[in-house]
Design a binder for this molecule. Sequence first.
Ligand code: DOR
Ligand code: ZN
Length: 353
Amino acid sequence: MKTEFDIIRWFDRHHHLRHRAMLELVTPFLAKSSVGGVIMPNLGKPITTAALAKSYKQKIMKLVPKEMSFDPLMTCYLTDDITPDEIEEGFTFPQQWVAAKLYFKGHTTNSHNGVSDWEKLYPVFEKMQDLGMPLLVHGEIPDEHHDIFDLEKICVDNFYEIIRKDFPDLIIVAEHITTRELGMWVRESVNTFGTVTPQHLVFNRTDLLSGGLKPDLYCLPILKRDHHRISLRKIITSGNSSFGAGTDSAPHESSQKYSSCGCAGCWNIIPAPSLYAQVFEEEGVFDRSDGIKVFENFMSKNLMSEVYKQKITSETMRFEKKPFQIPKIIKGVSKIVVPLMAGETLDWSYTLR
Ligand code: DOR
Ligand code: ZN
């Protein structure tokens, strides 16, 4: 098995950087690890205009260490009122965003401005299809009649299938896939892609709920039964090019995470590359002759040109099978965040070349 190898520097295809003090605290961690990220628009005041996207990107770039090359790809937050013209303005020259993110209203962090009736957005989807602008989806429609563990599975029939048929050329990215059903659907659909987080490949709902509640593992979509985790690992390690790394790294101030109504989100950017490597190792990928290529494609290449129209960098990073200790806590000027796997030692280290 290969225990030391280089790949093209990875790209996080799903990342939350927040704003103000939290933005300042977490941005360097993404910039020092990856060559860029698809930056989610769900701020308290969401990114709904080209002007907001431009100023958010400028704030991010000020926090990137000078020696790093780092490219944040901005996204637009879909609301009930957004118009096809506004979508087009941000996507065409000078381009401010590369995709639009659909949050169904009221399910997850800062989704209160999200979409309440998605069928009313058909003119927007039509425009995106014409422009070749990808639709990124948090595939859970909140509904008091359905169990939280079923929301993603239900969304396959109640949303993804319908939109796929009505807009066959629209590029769709199913974000943070957690179920076998959605993984298989993405694999079998055209113009359809998916991201998968490290926590959904490593943990299941028993890890979250048994032997004491683990707020650090609470994210949305919520962790599922183990058979889903097992299926997702098989799907992504098979080498299918429709899937890529997207951490959904989502920091919350520790007082809000560890509370009687704790926020959903794992701040996983520090352990993420190591955990992905661990998954590929455990699935036997590094024993295969094409194994490093398969891992590199998942980390750094898949989706990058087909969905995001980006050139692949020539910069590289090195993975080594040697202990990597995750810090217990990260303190900023006014914020404290706890990384996923805080205080634990992982099997794979990574360094930039
Ligand atoms: O766990 C999550 N955290 N899921 C999301 O969809 C949003 C994210 C956040 O922004 O905190
Ligand atoms: Zn997210």
